[in-house]
Design a binder for this molecule. Structure first.
Ligand code: G3P
Ligand code: CA
Length: 241
């Protein structure tokens, strides 16, 4: 059965990567949430997709150059014309503390492809352990060496490799990276790939699936989960299949 993961919360209807979006995901009946993490100037793990705050908030600049205190003043719902009020950028700890009172899983994407945040893996793992969420967490990244490091640091937490273009010799590669799963762009996923992954015990969770025909295809392939900006809609489509 394919699980529904709310991408950046329910980013299609709520400000992405905010508590408002994560709470909506739970209300929508999502099986899990996906979120992105970066480090502030003073080393706090914050939930934001871009390396800068420009696109999603009323501020500007690199996350790595802004202190946590300064960053908390920004409004991550700024482009929603007041519809969602003021939504601060969450600390990962705030999301995990809340998530531990729900039944949902979480996919934490480490945004460490462009910026080499030196302690992002250690700090993220430490927070996951603090809330006892090891068995409900999947760590992922486009930086596959970071995932190999996570596997070494926390063998009990699932890891997955993100990619957009198809992997060369995927099964050899996944084994070399010691990963549990792959998070591919949905365009690269075929019925044969999904079946072979299942046979090999490799989880497949394509992103970002918002269209009904693509969603139906992914359900038919029997992928483990899909990431979608519209978890409420996805649940309805799933019930009809
Ligand atoms: O984790 C799946 C997906 O979120 C990866 O792409 O750019 O939305 O972080 P992006
Ligand atoms: Ca992401």
């Amino acid at each position: 059965m394919t699980l529904i993961f709310a991408h950046r919360g329910a980013a299609g209807t709520h400000p992405e990567n905010t508590m408002a979006a994560f709470i909506e995901a739970e209300k929508a009946g999502a099986d899990g949430i996906e979120l992105d993490v970066q480090l502030t100037k003073d080393g706090e793990v914050v939930v934001i997709h871009d390396e800068t705050v420009d696109r999603t908030t009323d501020g500007s600049g690199w996350v790595k150059d802004i202190t946590y205190r300064e960053l908390r003043r920004l409004n991550a719902a700024a482009m929603w014309d007041g519809k969602h009020g003021h939504c601060p950028i969450p600390h990962l700890e705030e999301v995990l503390a809340w998530l531990s009172s729900t039944r949902m899983a979480v996919n934490i994407e480490l945004k460490n492809s462009l910026i080499a945040y030196e302690t992002l893996e250690q700090k993220t793992i430490s927070l996951v352990r603090r809330y006892g969420l090891e068995k409900r967490t999947i760590l992922s990244s486009f930086n596959h060496h970071s995932m190999r490091l996570c596997r070494t640091l926390a063998p009990e937490i699932e890891t997955a490799l993100l990619y957009i273009e198809p992997l060369y010799a995927p099964w050899t590669y996944v084994r070399a990276m010691n990963a549990d799963g792959v998070h591919p762009h949905y365009r690269t996923v075929t019925a044969e790939f999904a079946a072979e992954a299942r046979r090999r015990g490799v989880a497949v969770r394509p992103f970002t699936v918002n269209k009904r025909n693509v969603m139906k295809t992914m359900f038919a392939y029997g992928v483990d989960a899909v990431f979608t900006d519209y978890p409420r809609q996805a649940k309805q489509w799933k019930e009809k299949t």
